[in-house]
Design a protein around this ligand. Structure first.
Ligand code: SF4
Length: 193
């Protein structure tokens, strides 16, 4: 059989399940390369952050976490022991490694000022101060003490809260306490953890 570039790529794809154009089965070789990739990694169990299905994932990391090394994520896969997904992931979850290893990923807070057309870097301390100031200002301006029938309602109608699917019960417990203490009514999470 003549092996063209196209045939070679095709062989690579089907090699995991059948015989190849070279007359031998590439399946074991393919399985071996997969095993080698994660043979020295640390496994961390986590939850896919994308939707409320909350599939379990295993994050494989190289590096022993000593002070003079930087751990490097090398592979992310579905967790076969997780009761929700049993090792499967949808295409979004299967691309999680590209979400982690992405030079366009934001790792610091940014702000876009009213009327501005661009985002500015801001320190964590300044970001927390600004959020606190705006929360207080919004609450002061939108707090409703009495409802339409004159009953005391004490609600804040100008702030809403949405939670991510990786928020734990503990975080959501604190979020409920914090938001309800300010009178926030519009509150939703997609916690399944
Ligand atoms: S893997 Fe897909 S279905 Fe599962 S939580 Fe992530 S986005 Fe949702």
């Amino acid at each position: 059989m003549e092996v063209s570039r196209r045939t070679f790529i095709k062989v690579g794809i089907v090699g995991g399940v059948g015989a190849s154009a070279f007359g031998f089965n590439l399946g074991p070789v393919y399985a071996q390369t997969q095993a080698l990739k994660i043979s020295r990694t640390s496994e961390t169990r986590s939850t896919c952050p994308y939707c409320s299905v909350s599939c379990g994932v295993i994050i494989h990391t190289l590096g022993d976490k000593a002070k003079n090394t930087t751990a490097q994520v090398v592979h992310v896969e579905g967790d076969p022991d997780h009761p929700i997904n049993r090792g499967t992931l949808c295409p979004k979850g299967a691309s999680l490694e590209q979400d982690i290893l992405n030079d366009r990923r934001l790792v610091k807070p940014q702000v876009r000022r009213p009327g501005s057309d661009h985002w500015e870097d801001i320190s964590w301390d300044d970001a927390i101060d600004e959020v606190a100031r705006l929360v207080k200002k919004t609450r002061d301006e939108t707090f409703v003490e009495k409802g339409g029938q004159g009953r005391t309602v004490n609600r804040c109608e100008g702030i809403g809260w949405t939670g991510g699917c990786t928020d734990t019960n503990e975080l959501n417990f604190l979020a409920v306490k914090a938001m309800r203490s300010m009178g926030v009514c519009y509150f939703e999470t997609q916690a399944r953890v």
